[in-house]
Design a protein around this ligand. Structure first.
Ligand code: P6P
Length: 325
């Protein structure tokens, strides 16, 4: 008998003595994602493909669906009294919601949006933090990834799937034809070893030496020091890559680039790397920026970027060792 999300949440909260409001915040995020799913799957039929004609704080061209997804999440979260504030990849500053709320929500409303117009999987990534005592400021959001109350994503792929953790395991739900998320997997575990890596090889000449060495060893396969052949994937949609890794192992990297040494990486710490790292660690995987565990990084700004290596523990630790030597 399949259990729906609305049946699962109260049982999970009760089993692990988690606050009711935490479950309520998760349900609000998920309800907005069901609406985003409806928009994503209409695509051209709703005239919502292509550029919005606006840019975001990242200096990126916004897609129409980026703007739609962002608005759906903000409008939904503002209606939940448990949400004190939110931060979005698409918003320059945080957005105050309900002054008595106990939680903060950070999100990338539509990750991988460069893939939207070519019908490749995209996703929503979310992070839930407890709101610290006192006035709501940007500093309220700058909490280490290990202190998240929860995190996860919705993948708009061949199936629409919700994956999340409230720090007591990872759970996978699939959206059914009636628009309900039904649990389809409990506690997936990331295989410790892998033969599959994901990186954008076109940047290879711009990486630092230790990353170039690591990838060269993978490419050498069974003729090199690693002694086995590797396969490669690159979807250019982080949610899709991380979901594949959660399901069958692998390692995903977006390394620092020598073209801009002051920029630590492309991906964002607070609403991409941290929630996905929490899911992977809860599933036995690992995540870091090649120098320290991702979840131990002390954030300094809302939109800060970070180098990313995440997935099967053996590979993440191997990369870190190369960077120390
Ligand atoms: P590139 C999408 O824009 C994203 O933020 C991640 O989802 C994805 O892994 C990465 O950037 C793709 O970057 O440089 O290959 O386009």
């Amino acid at each position: 008998m399949m259990i729906t999300l609305s049946q699962f949440i109260p049982k999970h909260l009760n089993t692990h003595n988690l606050p009711i409001d935490l479950g309520s915040v998760l349900e609000t995020i998920v309800a907005a994602c069901v609406r985003i799913n409806g928009q994503v799957r209409q695509g051209a039929l709703a005239g919502i493909l292509g550029e919005a004609g606006t840019g975001n704080v990242q200096g990126e061209e916004q897609k129409k669906l980026d703007v739609i997804a962002n608005r759906l999440l903000i409008d939904a979260l503002k209606t939940n009294p448990a949400v004190a504030g939110l931060a979005s990849e698409e918003e320059n500053t945080f957005v105050a919601c309900n002054k008595d709320g106990g939680y903060l929500v950070l999100f990338d409303p539509l990750d991988g949006s460069s893939n939207i117009d070519v019908n490749i999987s995209v996703g929503t990534i979310f992070s839930i933090l407890a709101k610290p005592e006192g006035a709501l400021t940007t500093a309220s959001f700058l909490q280490k990834g290990r202190d998240q109350a929860g995190g996860g994503y919705v993948l708009y792929g061949p199936q629409t799937q919700l994956v999340f953790t409230l720090k007591h395991g990872v759970f996978v739900f699939t959206l059914d034809e009636a628009g309900s998320f039904v649990q389809t997997l409990a506690n997936p575990q990331v295989p410790e070893q892998t033969k599959e890596f994901a990186v954008n090889m076109s940047n290879q000449r711009h990486w630092f030496a230790s990353m170039q060495q690591y990838i060269a060893e993978l490419l050498a396969g069974d003729t090199g020091v690693r002694g086995k052949n590797y396969n490669m994937r690159w979807v250019a949609s982080m949610v899709a890559e991380i979901h594949r890794i959660l399901m069958r192992g692998g390692v995903f990297m977006y390394p620092q680039d020598r073209r801009n040494p002051v920029k630590p990486g492309k991906l964002r710490l607070m609403y991409e790397a941290n929630p996905l790292s929490l899911v992977l660690e809860q599933a036995g995987g690992a995540a870091g920026n090649t120098v320290q565990d991702m979840l131990d990084i002390q954030p300094e700004s809302l939109h800060q970027r970070v180098a990313v290596v995440m997935g099967s523990r053996e590979e993440v630790e191997y990369v870190a060792k190369l960077h120390y030597e």
